[in-house]
Design a protein around this ligand. Structure first.
Ligand code: FAD
Ligand code: NAP
Length: 338
């Protein structure tokens, strides 16, 4: 296992930001990962990368970037009501979803077409259309960076929250996830109440719903709304939806009757960040002809090809400031900044 020096990361991040890593290597199994880790000094910055679809590089990475390419998807167990499917961290997330759809392993279909790899999915407990990773998660295996030990984490130990996990908080930069095992339903428990999934199914005249039809509906909706990173650089939603108290929400609703918010289990209101950004006047804005805010979805910042990461970061700060000024709500970034 050897490193490449001064390696361009442009094709490895979906924003398409042209930065260099001081050192770069890939690993295809646990042994090659351990071998790489043994060559990295404790004082060196280390970054593990999957699909690069949730990161923004604002400068060259002065350290070691290692890309997870551990493959493999297999059914490892089943009980009366569940299938247990184990996937290597370097598998493409959408390929895993399609594998489950093809085999009728249910519960994961609403998460179709999320970019990136399996290994990053627990990092922010990926979610879409009313389903989160935690709903289909069984356990994961990870290598501890300092010791090289393989450690198992169960559902509780991952401390999943809204776009959160233990790996983004107290265990940040301590583990490299090498595989994830999913617990999928034998009997369908479909979730079609979210967004316009049910209206798309109705339009098609679909009565007897299958997981394939839900996955297809999600793919259709996502493709029509979101920019394809292969064409326009982006990292999906740049900000999390902020949660505020009911009183503050009701006060805002008096001034802005169209504001969008949903009650959370903890008695707060999750406000649609896209609505806040759009109503602060940012939707569709283009700067220097190079970057801006997407015209269909204000939550997505885009690189039309020639932006630097620091320009996009500065834009995100300007958005945070203006939303705060107008609505007294502080947006937090979802994308990881380097
Ligand atoms: P990367 O960007 O490579 O890494 C993200 C973070 O995880 C980094 O901190 C990295 O160091 C760490 N990491 C990566 N792999 C490992 C590993 N094996 N072990 C330890 N740490 C690791 N997200 C959603 O939640 N829901 C969506 O609906 C959604 N839609 C999106 C749509 C578009 C068009 C885009 C571009 C992004 C979207 N995202 C969405 C964000 C993104 O796809 C997810 O966060 C995805 O899980 C990132 O995977 P990745 O492999 O690209 O991670
Ligand atoms: P949308 O359907 O226009 O909805 C706007 C926001 O309202 C979403 O952010 C969603 O919150 C919330 N919402 C909508 N219906 C809801 C319901 N019935 N109950 C609770 N909350 C509801 O959103 P969109 O931008 O097109 O995205 C659709 C789905 O894909 C969302 O789940 C979104 O999170 C996910 N997505 C995520 C990313 C990312 O990078 N993280 C990128 C694109 C899409 P939630 O975001 O909390 O679900």
């Amino acid at each position: 296992m050897s490193f490449i020096y001064n390696y361009s990361l442009k094709s490895l991040n979906t924003f398409g930001i042209d930065v260099m890593a001081r050192q770069f290597a890939t690993f295809q199994d646990i042994e090659s990962l351990k071998n790489l880790l043994s060559q990295i000094k404790p004082e060196q910055n280390l970054l593990v990368i999957g699909g690069g679809s949730n990161m923004l590089f604002t400068k060259d990475f002065d350290g070691v970037v290692i890309k997870n390419e551990i493959k493999g998807i297999e059914l490892i167990n089943e009980d009366n009501s569940h299938y247990f499917v184990k996937a290597g961290a370097g598998e493409i997330w959408h390929d895993l979803v399609m594998f489950c759809v093809a085999n009728n392993y249910q519960g994961i279909e609403n998460l179709a077409l999320i970019p990136g790899c399996v290994g990053a999915s627990p990092m922010q407990n990926i979610g879409a259309y009313g389903v989160e990773l935690k709903d289909v998660f069984h356990e994961l295996d990870a290598i501890e960076i300092t010791t090289g030990n393989l450690v198992h984490f169960n559902l509780q130990e991952c401390k999943f929250g809204y776009r959160e996990s233990v790996f983004k908080n107290e265990l940040k930069n301590k583990f490299i996830i090498v595989s994830v095992t999913f617990k999928l339903n034998k009997l369908p428990v479909f979730n079609t109440s979210y967004g316009n999934i049910s209206s798309v199914l109705n339009e098609k005249g679909i009565r007897d719903i299958t997981m394939k039809e839900i996955a297809d509906a999600v793919i259709e909706i996502r493709s029509s709304k979101l920019p394809d990173p292969k064409i326009i650089g982006n990292a999906g939603s740049f900000f999390k939806n902020p949660e505020i108290g009911i009183e503050q929400f009701e006060k805002l609703r008096k001034d802005y009757p169209t504001i969008v918010g949903y009650p959370t289990e903890l008695g707060k209101i999750k406000v649609a960040a896209g609505w806040l950004i759009e109503n602060a006047g940012w939707k569709g804005k283009v700067f220097r002809g190079a970057y801006g805010v997407h015209k269909n979805q204000a939550l997505v910042l885009v690189n039309y090809g020639a932006a630097t990461g620091s320009e996009i970061f500065e834009l995100s700060q300007n958005i945070i400031d203006s939303v705060f000024l107008k609505f007294d709500i502080k947006l937090n970034r979802e994308v990881n900044i380097y």
